[in-house]
Design a protein around this ligand. Structure first.
Ligand code: SAH
Length: 285
């Protein structure tokens, strides 16, 4: 018995906070079998886990954790099986595949395949926001230099490279995301991917890219749009995702003010009914 599983039942809208707190507690991996049911794994011994979770939760949210926590020992095979069950190959457009490391294609020439280890870095390719950007990368590429702001698992940068883009930089302030991205870089033998801890200000002031990607949330996009726009070459493209439908109009105004024009856009339903995700594909005006 080398791992324990901490099952956290919380409302689906609290999943991001739960994931951040689990990361702070040092989980080796987490997955969400159903909305509001987060399962995270910890190497044993892992003393005081429930107390540490509650204490990190308090410091992140300022509130007491009021939902059920369940701890159980798991045989190694069990949690690996959970990961595999959660991760399945995904096809983008007519050729590009995003798949877990044990992917075995039915056909010998499936097109570019990006292998992603399910881990704490967001981005197994399943989320509608990731898929929206993957589609544009796939249809409009290859590019010369890509910048992936908030790279998570590295999926967008790795997909650009798999499609023939020459080099990519992945930025993320989150150490767990970067660890996962580094593992995926290795899995895909993607030497062209440079990973940098931090955000846009970690780049050299003059660095420009003909593909800039940012799958973040609405407040971050709103704040970063002018800085993102400045990183795009005159003929380059900016793909943004992670905003909800009602944020489309303010974000488009922000884009126009930053000298960008909308070339294409998508509204995709969330698997949890109710929300629509807005994604935009922009160029310099
Ligand atoms: N690019 C992946 C992951 C997106 S999740 C995909 O499309 O699937 C968003 C990621 O952005 C997270 O890993 C988070 O740590 C990172 N992030 C959040 N705020 C950021 C910021 N201001 N600058 C750069 N990265 C940020």
């Amino acid at each position: 018995m080398t791992h324990v599983e901490l099952a956290v039942a919380a409302p689906a809208e609290a999943e991001d906070t739960v994931a951040a707190v689990l990361a702070a507690c040092g989980t080796t991996g987490a997955w969400i079998p159903a909305p509001g049911d987060v399962r995270a794994y910890f190497r044993t011994p892992s003393p005081d886990l429930e107390r540490r979770f509650a204490s990190h939760w308090r410091s992140v949210t300022g509130e007491e954790f009021a939902f059920p926590l369940r701890l159980r020992p798991v045989p190694e095979q069990d949690w690996l099986a959970g990961y595999r069950a959660a991760a399945r190959p995904i096809r983008i457009g007519d050729r590009l595949w995003i798949a877990p490391p044990d992917f075995e294609p039915d056909t010998p020439q499936p097109g570019p395949v990006v292998l992603i280890e399910p881990g704490l870095g967001f981005g197994t390719g399943e989320h509608p926001t990731t898929r929206a950007l993957l589609r544009w990368i796939h249809d409009a590429g290859p590019f010369q230099r890509a910048l992936d702001v908030g790279t998570g698992s590295g999926v967008l940068a790795l997909a650009a490279l798999a499609g023939g883009t020459e080099a990519a930089v992945g930025l993320d302030p989150d150490g767990f995301a970067l660890e996962n991205a580094a593992r995926n870089r290795e899995l895909n033998r993607a030497r062209g991917l440079t990973l940098v801890r931090g955000s846009l200000d970690a780049l050299a002031p003059g660095a420009r890219f003909d593909l800039v990607l940012a799958n973040l949330d609405s407040p971050s996009l709103d704040r970063l749009l002018p800085a993102l726009a400045r990183r795009v070459t005159p003929e380059g493209r900016l793909g943004v995702a992670g905003a909800l439908g009602p944020d489309r109009t303010p974000l488009l105004e922000r884009s126009r003010a930053a000298g960008l024009v909308l070339l294409d856009e998508r509204l995709d339903p969330d698997p949890a009914p109710g929300d629509l995700w807005w994604s935009g594909w922009l160029g310099r005006a």
